[in-house]
Design a protein around this ligand. Structure first.
Ligand code: DAH
Length: 347
């Protein structure tokens, strides 16, 4: 019996030594320690061992079982360690390597201009509103003091959709009428409306059949051109820079009286004259004026009580001037390399 035990021990340890994977390790476990295993089988024969021998043999059985179990455990641990090491090796990542930054485009530069202008006006208590791009002639022209057949309509070559009633808005000014009518002639108004406008135009470096305007309207009591001037000083010093000089020039619009053209001193030559300002020293930015009494009346406001100013400028124009973009079409192209050039994000 003792001999047999020793043999089993040696055979088991020898087999375990050769085992190279978890599967065969389990086979060895079953072969020796399993219910039908060799060691278990031997134990059944204990009854035949003489009583005085039993403690000795029992101790030996325990020793053999322990030896086999220890060897199994050691092998198991070695396998677990090896598989962990292999995993660590195959999944190793050098966290100190610089990351791969994803290729991104940039927000369209017009969108940025609009956001910047909105910020300035919101800081002065203005609301930002929207209006329909498919508009009625009534709002686009009639309420704005441009009745049917008026020659000033010709200045805005318009896309008509349905007879002469429905059109693609040729400017954002109809939003003035919508906001005034919604306010019912009773409340002061401060609003800007950025949005797309449409005119029949041949697309080139400075023209497009679709472009963006930013309209503004302020209605209150005792409003004068001085308020308009202060508003532009604030807007352009924030948008173009502190030292921006603003001037008004008399002009004509059907919806304002008096009407002005708003210029800023040329940033390139500071007023001396250069190709950018066509030697005038000034860059024209915006049309504006005091809201015409007819427009106030048409939209439910009593011109004896209320007064106000309005303005409208092209988002593309101020963007091109600010960033020195010479071709309008670059702004509309969906070329990531181009949009990236205009990206002013700090990263
Ligand atoms: N709607 C004018 C245009 O498209 C721009 C404009 C001029 C808007 C004077 C105004 C304004 O509100 O008061 O040319």
């Amino acid at each position: 019996m003792q001999e047999k035990l020793k043999e089993i021990k040696e055979a088991a340890l020898c087999e375990l030594d050769k085992v190279s994977d978890v599967k065969s390790l389990n086979e060895v476990r079953v072969k020796y320690l399993g219910k039908m295993g060799l060691l278990t089988g031997l134990l059944r024969g204990m009854r035949e061992v003489a009583a005085e021998e039993r403690p000795k043999v029992g101790a030996l059985v325990n020793e053999v079982r322990e030896a086999i179990e220890n060897a199994l455990k050691a092998k198991e641990q070695a396998f677990a360690e090896a598989s962990l090491n292999a995993k660590l090796k195959s999944e190793w990542v050098d966290v100190t390597l610089p990351g791969l930054s994803p290729v991104t485009g940039a927000a369209n530069i017009i969108e940025k201009t609009v956001e910047e202008v909105e910020e300035v006006f919101m800081s002065m208590g203005y609301d930002v509103v929207d209006g329909p791009e498919v508009e009625e002639d009534y709002y686009n022209f009639e309420l704005m003091n441009l009745p049917k057949g008026h020659p000033a309509r010709d200045a805005q070559d318009t896309f008509y959709i349905e007879d002469e009633k429905i059109l693609l808005r040729s400017h954002t000014s109809p939003v003035q009428a919508r906001v005034m009518l919604a306010a019912g002639g009773k409340k002061p108004i401060r609003m800007i409306c950025p949005g797309k406008t449409y005119r029949r135009d041949t697309d080139d470096a400075t023209h497009s059949h679709q472009f963006n305007q930013i309209e503004g309207l302020l209605i209150d009591k005792n409003i004068s051109l001085a308020n308009l001037k202060a508003t532009f000083d604030e807007l352009f010093s924030k948008f173009f820079g502190e030292d921006c000089i603003v001037r008004f020039r008399p002009s004509y619009y059907q919806f304002t009286e008096p009407s002005v053209e708003v210029d800023v001193a040329c940033f390139s030559c500071k007023g001396k004259g250069c190709p950018l300002c066509k030697n005038s020293g000034w860059l024209t930015i915006c049309g504006a004026g005091m809201v015409h009494p007819n427009v106030l009346r048409n939209c439910g406001y009593d011109p004896k009580v209320w007064s106000g100013f309005a303005f409208g400028f092209g988002a593309e124009r101020v963007t091109m001037l600010k960033y020195g973009i010479s071709d309008l079409r670059k702004i509309y192209q969906i070329d990531l390399r181009e949009t990236k050039v205009f990206d002013r994000r700090e990263d």
